[in-house]
Design a protein around this ligand. Structure first.
Ligand code: F6P
Length: 544
């Protein structure tokens, strides 16, 4: 049975088609709404009162989650059942942050001891690099760490390393190379000394074209400078599930950090894929990061749906996407440290829920994952917020903010007790208020001096939904909890839509076609593509 055939979905459809109160009406009718439609978990407070839901809609959404078996499916995931049916795999990123004594089984074997064994090896290695005990081939200290990876083997490390820069060892330079465009590698190593550089080749499969190409280029760059194959062992480590390929590349498996097929690429920042982050912030802070994730896992597993942050975000998202006709989600962190969080979420959400068939292989009868995008505030306000406020499309927003800044700079006039953080947060609150309540023509006129022909231009319809997520401070722990929150939000939506959030077959076709085209680019064989692709390749052959 598809989600749209459930009684709850039909009830939601009727509610969406009927007369609906605006956010202004809803707040006027319930002065406690802001308090009432808020929930807390793992150090985060979610205010979803500015979503266009009332008690009846919320009740139907919770019914939908229950009719779709979200709680049972969650429990099955947490138990290690093979819920990734198209790849016959368990989905156990939650085991990566389980405490030492936990017991989580895959095929009868407790995986937690393996997880901690790898974490301990990572911690040992990270400490050696940080202290200078781990030396390069010529005996020099490692001063630059370059992670080579793409997708889940890059976005998580990039985003978290930026997010936790405040906690990082400032004597170490951290770089990330992902793009197969040679510019990425060339520019990232331009000012690095090979004798002081450590490469972490991060790839679940160790076969990804971009990563392997960049890894080979890095090896050439190193050997051109150091001139001895033996240098590779001091300057390359691998993070992978594929020991055979790691060995074939020439990295000693003693310098390999493993993870497992039950960790999806986009769910892997808390596995050995986070090694670059651990080197940057140290093992203790990395464990704090894992503890934050685990705290959110427990909240997700234990809180009733009505107070469950991931469930609330997922359900209000489904209301927006499937019943109010929105097709995207803007994620707006008001923290410069979180500037790459939207890009990270793009893979997490869109690779997970960008699916058009159900678990049973039927074409879905409704829309699935939203287009996720966004940028750090306040910068985005001066770019695309115009369209969110006055455009014709409904764009739900997630605002993310903190009470305390890690860089509490004073602002404002002499003697005023104002900080940059106050000005930043004033903007968070102002934006969600403006989106929700807008500005009527009467209010525009009441400002005075506005020519009548400008009144429509200066009006804001309002009634535009948003949620606000707040935590005290950006720490490894609160970051971990935030990531886990979105992971589980994605899970709940996938469970309701009845799709597999844990495979990614949609990225395969392009990869296969590219492999076919590679040898055609510098050859003169006849081309057998469509006329457009043939012409494009011909152009490239002439111009390259
Ligand atoms: O192409 C998509 C993808 O398979 C992602 O799911 C994954 O995170 C990325 O490629 C990188 O894969 P790997 O870690 O195996 O190099």
């Amino acid at each position: 049975m598809q989600a749209n055939e459930t009684a709850a979905w039909k009830a939601l459809g009727n509610l969406a088609a009927g007369p609906r109160a605006t956010l202004k009406d809803l707040f006027a009718a319930d002065p406690e709404r802001g308090q009432r439609l808020s929930a807390e978990g793992a150090g985060w407070r979610l205010d979803y009162s500015k979503q266009r839901v009332d008690d009846e809609i919320l009740a139907a959404l919770f019914r939908l989650a229950r009719e779709r078996g979200v709680e049972e499916r969650r429990d099955a995931m947490l138990r290690g059942e093979k819920i990734n049916v198209t790849e016959n795999r368990a989905v156990l990123h939650t085991a990566l942050r389980a405490p030492r004594g936990a017991d989580i089984r895959v095929d009868g074997e407790n995986v937690v001891p393996q997880v901690h064994a790898v974490l301990d090896r990572m911690a040992d290695f990270a400490a050696k690099v940080r202290s200078g005990e781990w030396r390069g081939f010529t005996g020099q200290r490692i001063r630059a760490v370059v992670n080579i990876g793409i997708g889940g083997s890059d976005l998580g490390p990039v985003m978290t390393a930026e997010a936790l820069e405040h906690y990082s060892d400032r004597d170490l330079t951290l770089r990330f190379v992902s793009n197969i465009d040679g510019t990425d590698f060339a520019e990232k190593v331009r000012d690095l000394d090979p004798a002081e550089t450590l490469f972490i080749v991060s790839s679940k499969t160790f076969t990804t074209l971009e990563t392997m190409t960049n890894a080979h280029t890095a090896r050439r760059w190193l050997l051109d400078a150091l001139g001895d194959e033996a240098a590779v062992a001091r300057h390359f480590v691998a993070v992978s599930t594929n020991a055979e390929e790691v060995q074939r590349f020439g990295i000693d498996t003693a310098n390999m950090f493993s993870f497992w097929d039950w960790v999806g690429g986009r769910y892997s920042v808390d596995s050995a894929i986070g090694l670059s982050l651990m080197i940057s912030v140290g093992p203790e802070q990395f464990r704090e990061f894992l503890a934050g994730m685990h705290e959110m896992d427990r909240h997700f597993a234990q809180a009733p749906l009505e107070q469950n942050l991931p469930a609330l975000m997922a359900l209000t998202g489904i209301w927006n996407q499937n019943f109010l006709g929105s097709c995207s989600l803007a994620v707006l962190p008001y923290s410069q440290y979180l500037r790459s969080f939207p890009a990270y979420l793009q893979q997490l959400d869109m690779e997970s829920n960008g699916k058009h068939v159900t678990l049973e292989g039927e074409r879905v009868a409704f829309d699935t994952g939203p287009i996720v995008w966004g940028q750090a505030g306040t910068n985005g306000q001066h770019a695309f917020y115009q369209l969110i406020h006055q455009g014709t499309r409904l764009i739900p927003c997630d605002f993310i903010g903190f009470a305390r800044s890690l860089n509490p700079l004073p602002a404002g006039e002499e003697g005023e007790d104002l900080t940059h953080q106050d000005l930043l947060m004033a903007n968070v609150f102002a934006q969600s208020e403006a989106l929700a309540f807008g500005k009527t023509p009467e209010q525009v006129r009441a400002d005075g001096g506005v020519p009548e022909e400008l009144v429509p231009h200066k009006g804001f319809e309002g009634n535009r939904p948003s949620s606000t997520l707040l935590a005290r401070e950006l720490t490894p722990r609160s970051l971990g909890a935030l990531i886990a929150l979105y992971e589980h939000k994605v899970f709940v939506q996938g469970a309701i839509w009845g799709i597999n959030s844990f495979d990614q077959w949609g990225v395969e076709l392009g990869k296969v076609l590219a492999q076919k085209i590679v040898p055609e680019l510098n050859g003169d064989q006849e081309l057998h593509h469509d006329s457009s692709t043939n012409a494009l390749i011909e152009w490239y052959r002439q111009e390259r």
